[in-house]
Design a protein around this ligand. Structure first.
Ligand SMILES: Cc1ncc(COP(=O)(O)O)c(C=O)c1O
Length: 307
């Protein structure tokens, strides 16, 4: 067994060499950092032996818990058999085919094709690119605007963070894609104008969507709508009843692609494989997923699923 590194050394090496996602630059050199060294089931253990409940599930991804021998064995067996094979163009491999088939079986409606990515952000990027390519192939190059919501989190790459709508993800000085990406009001009933019933609030949200489509020049200009079934990082926001179904119907009536971002909600988090259809009654045109697909065990781990 490797000799235990002291907590002080880990902390000082971390500060010297590791740039964390969402690092707070103003204070990171003085604020404490917590070195985690082990995981078992839903617990994380720090370098001094203290245990913590991994309440977020990693970053919403350790859906089956940590330290599972059968997963380590399965990964080791696959690494021995075939660790990597280039899947570009006309070469394929057994695990990729089998996982794509399984995802197609589990995905809602007629989503039957899977494009694997390295995570949720790149699944959103893939969806964004495919949407524009699809509209182009139909001869509809003007149909290029995409609509998302304030408070949404869709990832941290350039395109996915731009599609997201969290204020905290837009620090001054960062550049975002602003041309062609638009944001509607968050479906957060708790923060809506005082005195509105949940139904009235949903009516407002739907009307705002219709107005935004009109203001962009009508459906001929709008390519897609992106939405998490339940906003995760934006505050775990359960939308008003019927809201998602009504947004989906508007998409269908206006030939606008509905992208359901199930990166967090998929793979059992809500007791279902995916929730778009089974809980919310919608059949998206594209679905993005990640996290629970590899439960945080591998560096690869996302997919954009489409017809
Ligand atoms: C809804 C949603 N979409 C996309 C992402 C990005 O996924 P990843 O962190 O795998 O890039 C996240 C990450 O938390 C997410 O919550």
């Amino acid at each position: 067994m490797a000799e235990q590194v002291t907590t002080d050394l880990l902390v000082s090496d971390d500060r010297r060499h590791l740039l964390h996602p969402y690092q707070i630059f103003d204070s990171y050199l003085v604020d404490p950092v917590l070195p985690i060294v082990k995981g078992a089931d839903a617990r994380l253990i720090d370098n001094d032996g203290n245990a913590y409940i991994d309440a977020v599930g990693g970053m919403w991804c350790t859906n089956i818990g940590l330290g599972r021998d059968e997963m380590a064995d399965a990964i080791a067996a696959q690494v021995r058999e075939l660790a990597y094979a280039n899947p570009f163009v006309d070469v394929t491999n057994v695990p990729a085919v089998q996982l794509a088939k399984k995802l197609a079986e589990l995905a809602p409606g007629d989503l039957n094709h899977v494009f694997f990515t390295t995570g949720g952000s790149t699944a959103i990027d893939a969806a964004f690119r495919l949407i524009h390519f699809y509209q182009h192939c139909r001869g509809l190059d003007d149909k290029r605007h995409v609509i998302s919501r304030n408070g949404a989190y869709h990832g941290s790459t350039y395109a996915s963070v731009s599609i997201g709508g969290k204020e905290g993800d837009r620090p001054p000085g960062y550049q975002f894609i602003e041309d062609g990406i638009h944001h509607l009001t968050s479906p957060k009933y708790f923060r809506c104008e005082a005195g509105r019933s949940e139904q009235e609030f949903a009516d407002d949200l739907v009307a705002e969507f219709e107005q935004m489509i009109a203001s962009l020049g009508g459906p001929s200009q709008v390519a897609a709508f992106f939405a998490e079934p339940i906003m995760g990082s934006g505050g775990v926001i359960l939308p008003p009843a019927d809201y998602l179904q009504r947004m989906w119907k508007i998409c269908k009536e206006n030939d606008i692609l509905y992208v359901s971002d199930e990166v967090v909600t998929g793979f059992g988090r809500l007791g279902e494989w995916f929730v778009s259809e089974s809980i919310f009654g919608i059949q998206p045109d594209l679905m993005t997923t990640a996290k629970g697909v590899d439960v945080g065990l591998l560096a690869t781990g996302g997919a954009c699923v489409l017809r």
